[in-house]
Ligand binder design. Structure first.
Ligand SMILES: Cc1ncc(COP(=O)(O)O)c(C=O)c1O
Length: 373
């Protein structure tokens, strides 16, 4: 009954002194998301890894972005917007989630998607996130990587905003990844959710560490601030999949300052590089890892975010087992399954073959149903 309801918001008591407390939130995600033990192979002695399934926060509107959008959409509606503008990579999960959330609330969405110079004048196709965006009627504008880095995401969204204003529309701009100080509340609130789950569901487990992927910084800003302020006090380790750790310490600092948190990002988060070959580019090793984890644990990681973060975590555990021995780790699976569809060609050689079933033509049908074909 709660889904899509607009509700007044009151923060957890430990966050009540923070600036920019949202007045309302829209219930968009299937929350709380489950936490369960993750039976990863070859862990250091007595290390436990648990998984928070934010990939199960919905179906077409799934992953970590839904938590930010609960606050951002409430703000957009409160400000009288009739459409949402946002921006990201060609397979942006954030843009897809925004397009779906907008339609749930009867708003239009305008997405600026970054692609290669070669493809910018072509139809972007229907793979993965693009299929969902186009099904819900998002307006898509393509921009080349070169133009994107020359102009920047803020100026690009402003150009589109001015154009829509001239056409009489009332646009609301959400920045890359939904990572502004308001969106950060999504993961401050997630920490309250985890606190409550630990009290009621998972018995006596106390997490030493939280591990998550980082792409625009909002998720780790919320998690690390929340963990620091709440009773959780778990150390937040982020594996960044683009740019570099210094860049993200600054981004997170900006978000924390926006909330007047009075904390240094370097004191509450440990950010490492897991970019590998580059944003959304995978080595065969990384894709093989995603395949192995799926085949051994049933959990499907996405290749762009959680896949790279988990790859980085297990690599570090192999190289420095003592550091992780005996620790209880909560890995946050932030979703992104649709991004996997963009990798099918690269993945195909890693997967087993299918074959035609061996049946003898003369096996008679025994269920009593007549021959139809
Ligand atoms: C599936 C997925 N996981 C993780 C992230 C990273 O979250 P954030 O942008 O808040 O750093 C993103 C988006 O960038 C994402 O789409």
């Amino acid at each position: 009954m709660d889904l899509l309801a607009k509700k007044p918001y009151s923060p957890p008591s430990w966050a009540s002194h923070i600036n920019l407390i949202p007045s309302h939130t829209f219930s968009l995600g299937h929350l709380p998301t489950p936490i369960h033990r993750w039976n990863l192979p070859n862990l250091p002695n007595n290390t436990e890894v648990w998984l928070k399934r934010d990939d199960l926060s919905g179906m077409q509107l799934s992953g970590n972005k839904v938590r930010k959008l609960e606050f951002l959409m409430a703000d957009a509606v409160a400000k009288g917007a009739d459409c949402i503008i946002t921006i990201g990579g060609i397979q942006s999960n954030h843009c897809r989630a925004t397009a779906v959330a907008a339609k749930y609330l009867n708003l239009d969405s305008f997405l600026i998607l970054r692609t290669s110079k070669l493809l910018v004048d072509q139809d972007p196709g229907l793979t993965g996130n693009l299929l969902v965006e186009r099904l819900v009627g998002a307006h898509i504008e393509l921009i080349s990587k070169e133009e994107y880095s020359k102009i920047g995401s803020v100026a690009l969204t402003n150009i589109l905003k001015e154009k829509l204003l001239k056409e009489g529309r009332r646009p609301y701009v959400i920045p890359v990844g939904g990572s502004d100080s308001l969106g950060t509340w999504g993961y401050i609130e997630a920490i309250r959710e985890i606190e409550q789950q630990l009290q009621s569901e998972t018995g006596t487990v106390k997490f030493d560490d939280i591990v998550v992927a980082c792409g625009s910084g909002g998720t780790i800003a919320g998690l690390s601030l929340g963990s620091w302020l709440s009773s959780l006090k778990a150390k937040v380790h982020a594996f960044c999949v683009c740019d570099d750790p210094d860049y993200f310490y600054n981004v997170v600092q900006g978000l924390l300052d926006g909330l007047e948190a009075g904390i240094d990002s370097r004191d509450i988060a440990d950010i490492r590089n897991a970019k590998g070959l580059g944003y959304a580019i995978n080595t065969t090793d990384e894709l093989n890892f995603v395949k192995e984890i799926a085949a051994t644990t049933g959990v499907i990681l996405d290749p762009v975010y959680s896949g790279k973060a988990a790859y980085g975590l297990l690599k570090d555990m192999t190289e420095n087992p003592k550091k992780w021995e005996g620790r209880k780790i909560l890995f946050i699976h932030t979703g992104g399954l649709l991004g996997l569809f963009d990798k099918v060609e690269q993945m195909a050689p890693l997967l087993g073959n299918c074959r035609r079933m061996d049946v003898c033509e003369s096996v008679p049908r025994k269920d009593g149903i007549g021959k139809m074909f």
